[in-house]
Design a binder for this molecule. Structure first.
Ligand code: HEC
Length: 135
């Protein structure tokens, strides 16, 4: 049993480096996005900032594992500029809002961050990759 757990956790680590932008890392990013929001709403600003950084890491690992993706039109797209736009735009704004402990600015930043997640899926023609609403 112990050995099985070790093998399973090794597998889930390895799975962030597979050929496709993998759904495992994206799902983790989504969980961390919702956790960041929960912590922010609970007024745990430092923890929320740390969780935001973990979310960024999941998104960027999953993009790094397979930067070239087929677009909706069937062309190969380098998704790294999309990732950079996400990081330098709404993600940076969210970090600033959390650092300033500004609740309304955070709410706005979460909404635009989520929208930029959706934008990347739209460019790639992956409407099935549903992103949760921000509560
Ligand atoms: C640079 C492009 C890009 C960005 C930015 C991006 N994604 Fe994704 N996402 C993808 C791709 C590509 C897939 C499809 C993975 C697959 O199934 O092959 C995907 C799939 C998903 C899925 C579906 C996973 C599954 O199989 O159920 C979820 C959920 C998701 N992303 C959430 C997010 C969230 C949340 C963010 C922002 C915090 C985000 N994504 C940002 C490219 C992106």
């Amino acid at each position: 049993m112990k050995r099985l757990l070790v093998i399973l956790s090794a597998f889930s680590l390895a799975s962030c480096a597979m050929m496709n932008i993998n759904s495992h890392c994206m799902k983790a990013a989504q969980r961390k996005m919702l956790d960041t929001r929960k912590l922010q709403q609970a007024g745990q600003w430092d923890e929320s900032l740390a969780m935001a950084e973990r979310m960024r890491s999941s998104v960027s690992k999953s993009v790094a594992s397979a930067p070239n993706q087929k677009s909706a039109a069937g062309m190969l797209v380098d998704t790294r500029p999309l990732l950079a736009a996400w990081e330098n735009g709404p993600f940076a704004e969210l970090k600033t809002a959390l650092q300033k402990r500004d609740a309304s600015r955070s709410t706005a930043a979460f909404a635009s961050l989520r929208q930029q997640c959706v934008n990347c899926h739209t460019v790639l023609g992956k409407p099935q990759a549903q992103v949760s609403e921000i509560p």
